[in-house]
Design a protein around this ligand. Structure first.
Ligand code: FE2
Length: 363
């Protein structure tokens, strides 16, 4: 067994039951076997138990068994590439439009047409999916400003653009430039202001860092609560986790920090709304169970699946009018940017270049 294989847990969901049976690693490693049954092979970079509720419901509704391979998104993409045309993968689920775009650039996806999967086109807004159906956003997250309630008056917060102003000198916490969420945020600014305009902004923004970027989004939120900086940039779904922790110190972080959705007002680009990104799925180019995979994608774009998929990671569904995770809902309603998430990926190489040019990781 390769080192890579050890990283994956593999489970099969049996039709009509919730019992999960671990299947041998060879279970879907062989394309002939992969095609033999009424099944679909799902490679997922998400790892939430509640996602499995959807897979079980799909099996109950269609009789199609879901074989799940979980792993880190980048490792799963590498795996599909190395498996080549023999890959048993039918669907790849991963997070961030930047990653979905990269997977598409690597040739991992094939299109799904409107005729084949009408739900995908009617339920998912145009700006949250690939224009030719290579991948589809399945849940949304916003990358927002979080602030220390004792140190910041939210009336002083307004836009991402404003964070380049010298009034924020030494106050901003954010993770490193290697992180895809930051690259995607930069990708939207490049889309709006061009590379030179975005670089100007980034230069001011980086000069306001409270410290050299370190740790993940949760680490920025903790440092913000501790007063190491006044504001943190983080994805919305990280914050509700603090409210649910057993550790009182973690729950205190939740009390000390507020959520601010930027760019809610103003003309043109300034009033575009908060930066949005997606978790999404695409049909793998060599999918051995194409028809079942399309059935599955269509099933993901139904109200019930959407609600479960979004709630499992405190995200926003891509369909409107559905129930939200109550803690996420408590942050309030807001306007999300309608910039097509494809642009976040398309601009990714430029984003990395801009972040290098402004020495993002030196803070
Ligand atoms: Fe994350």
């Amino acid at each position: 067994m390769s080192k890579l294989n050890n990283k994956f847990s593999r489970r099969a969901f049996m039709a009509g039951g919730s019992a999960m049976a671990a299947v041998a690693l060879s279970g879907i490693g062989n394309r002939a076997q992969a095609q033999s049954g009424n099944e679909v092979n799902l490679y997922s970079g998400r790892h939430y138990d509640t996602d499995r509720t959807i897979y079980e419901a799909f099996t109950q509704a269609t009789g199609v068994k879901v074989n799940l391979v979980e792993g880190k998104s980048d490792a799963l993409m590498e795996r599909i590439k190395s498996e080549g045309s023999n890959s048993p993968a039918d669907i790849l689920i991963t997070v961030d439009a930047g990653r979905l775009w990269r997977a598409d650039q690597e040739g991992l996806f094939q299109p799904v047409s409107k005729n084949e999967a009408p739900n995908l086109y009617s339920a998912i807004p145009r700006h949250l999916r690939h224009r030719a159906g290579h991948w589809f956003g399945m849940s949304q997250r916003s990358r927002v400003i979080m602030y220390n309630k004792e140190l910041v008056n939210p009336a002083d917060l307004s836009t991402y653009e404003d964070l380049a102003d010298s009034k924020w000198r030494g106050k901003i916490l954010i993770r490193s430039s290697g992180n895809i969420y930051n690259q995607s945020l930069m990708g939207e600014l490049i889309e709006l202001y061009g590379t030179a305009g975005a670089e100007d902004w980034a230069r001011g923004f980086v000069s306001n860092f409270a410290r050299k970027p370190t740790g993940n989004d949760s680490a920025q939120i903790r440092a913000c609560a501790a007063g190491e900086g006044h504001i943190a940039i983080a994805n919305t779904y990280y914050f509700p986790r603090f409210a649910r922790k057993d550790d009182p110190a973690e729950r205190e972080v939740f009390q000390k920090v507020g959520v601010f959705f930027p760019n809610q007002r103003g003309e043109g680009a300034l009033g575009r709304g908060a930066h949005m990104n997606v978790s999404g799925a695409g049909l793998v180019k060599s999918a051995p169970n194409r028809a079942n995979a399309i059935k599955f994608l269509n099933f993901m774009a139904t109200a019930n699946s959407q609600e479960i998929f979004a709630k499992s990671n405190s995200e926003y569904p891509v369909m409107s009018g559905l129930d939200l995770d109550p803690i996420l809902d408590s942050f309030g309603r807001f306007k999300g940017s309608k910039t097509n998430v494809e642009a976040l990926g398309r601009n990714n190489p430029l984003s990395i270049q801009v972040m290098n040019n402004v020495n993002w990781d030196q803070g």
